[in-house]
Design a protein around this ligand. Structure first.
Ligand SMILES: [Zn+2]
Length: 77
């Protein structure tokens, strides 16, 4: 009966980690944002899984990234 417990708890822990713990904190995200946005502008195929994962789940940082990208685009013109 107890045989199933390790599997269940491992799955539960995994799903909790995915749901509640983005790879980056907002502080980490802000620190890397300049570089990330610059690279995205230089190469639209550039991807940073940690950043995109955080931005997908954090509206504040996603908005900040959008604003920064718009700013850099204007500068480049
Ligand atoms: Zn954030």
């Amino acid at each position: 009966m107890n045989d199933q417990n390790p599997t269940v708890s491992a799955l539960t822990v995994a799903s909790l980690l995915v749901d509640t713990e983005p790879y980056l904190s907002c502080d980490d995200c802000f620190e890397r944002m300049d570089q990330y946005v610059e690279r995205r502008l230089a190469d639209r195929h550039h991807d940073d899984l940690e950043m995109t994962t955080h931005l997908a789940g954090c509206g504040v940082c996603a908005e900040e990234a959008d604003a920064l990208e718009a700013l850099l685009r204007e500068d480049a013109q």
